[in-house]
Design a protein around this ligand. Structure first.
Ligand code: NI
Length: 385
């Protein structure tokens, strides 16, 4: 025998991956503050022989030589959430928590880094590891790309632990997986006055109420029913006193889509509705609309390559449904073919059922080595031919 087996190699360091994950979990860091986490990652990578390029709190690490380069990516940031789990590895930092599992992503890729380094002679090419900051609303991926993360890269893969899949199952999807996301922030500018004399003012509140209802028609009446989109007004602010008609009414929210044309349609209809309604009531408005993240679209070839790899190493895999959540891995996939994969971490018996970003979110740690195994196997197989 003696054939290189990513699964048994990963199983051998299973406990080590869990120890790393628990350490990162205890000391969560928010976007662009990942000093401690990246420091630990860098120290290990240097020890294992990687060449390192720093991009702020992010790391680009290379090992091996050859014609082809595969990139593997993990995100490192935590969320401003107060942890409510009662576990020995509970967050030691008040108000901060790894509530999305990026601690697990970092630990899994660190495990893969170790195995790849130990067997680099058997890899016929170069492996690039990307440990990125600020996935949660910071678009850290963009900073990493600007820092050269994709230079010379032929293909890229990334993992997200996934509460909606049973523990250990690898979810692989062709095409759109996570949605594109945008945000909007606007104000209706009326004319304030006495609450008892509405005729002397222009009340922005009914105008905003009308707008919010009209926005509900964008998805239900404007988008082709076989496509999908979301428009959610999530924040509304106006007025301070019961007898004063306020000058203005503000609103914020998010929209989601899988196809760029749907995203454009949502933005266009939002402006048209706002134009028409404010005109009808004789008020002005301000609106800023921002694209945050494009949709995460897996290359069907790379998804099918991943299925083949899972098959070859006896890793359980299946379909994963798309979600309207967004992920900045999308930016890498706009430039380089690849796939974003899911690793099931749900374990009902252990009570690991709470959704991502919940104060009781946790991961079934027994599955993590499988993510590591898949990462190593993807790199090994991609560089093989
Ligand atoms: Ni996440």
């Amino acid at each position: 025998m003696g054939a290189f087996n990513p699964l048994s190699e990963s199983e051998r360091i299973k406990e080590r991956i869990i120890t790393w994950r628990r350490d990162f979990h205890m000391y969560p860091e928010l976007k662009y503050e990942e000093e401690r986490t990246s420091g630990i990652v860098e120290e290990h990578l240097r020890e294992w022989g990687y060449s390192i390029k720093r991009v702020g709190t992010g790391i680009i690490a290379d090992i091996g030589e050859g014609e082809k380069t595969i990139a593997l990516r993990a995100d490192m940031d935590a969320l401003p959430v107060q942890e409510e789990n009662d576990v020995p590895y509970k967050s030691r930092i008040p108000g901060k928590m790894h509530a999305c599992g990026h601690d697990a992503h970092t630990a899994m890729l660190l495990g893969a880094a170790k195995i790849i380094a130990e067997h680099i002679d058997e890899f016929n090419g170069r492996v690039r590891l990307i440990f990125q900051p600020a996935e949660e609303g910071g678009n850290g991926a963009v900073k990493m790309i600007e820092g050269g993360a994709l230079e010379g890269v032929d293909s890229i893969f990334g993992f997200h632990v996934w509460m909606d899949l049973p523990s250990g199952l690898i979810g692989i999807r062709d095409g759109p997986f996570l949605a594109g996301a945008g945000i909007f922030d606007g104000r209706i500018l009326g004319k304030g006055g006495h609450g008892a004399s509405p005729h002397e003012s222009i009340d922005p509140i009914p105008v905003l109420a009308e707008l919010i209802l009209a926005l509900q028609t964008v998805v239900s009446r404007n988008i082709n029913p076989v496509e999908s989109g979301v428009v959610s007004v999530t924040s509304v602010h106006s007025g301070t006193a019961f007898n004063v008609i306020p000058e203005e009414a503000g609103f914020k929210g998010t929209f989601r889509f899988f196809k760029p044309e749907v995203g454009e349609l949502i933005q266009r209809r939002m402006r048209e509705l706002l134009d028409g309604i404010t005109k009808a009531h004789g008020v002005r408005y301000e609106l800023s609309v921002e694209d945050l993240t494009p949709p995460t679209i897996n290359s069907p070839e790379m998804a099918s390559f991943a299925r083949g790899v899972a098959e070859r190493y006896n890793l359980k895999y299946g379909e994963v449904p798309p979600t309207m959540g967004a992920e900045d891995f999308a930016f890498y996939l706009q430039k380089v073919p690849g796939a974003f994969l899911a690793l099931g971490i749900r374990n009902e018996e252990r009570g690991i059922v709470y959704p991502h970003h919940h104060p009781k979110f946790d991961v079934d740690e027994d599955a993590l080595y499988l993510g590591t195994a898949m990462e190593v196997a993807l790199a090994f197989e991609f560089l093989r031919d």
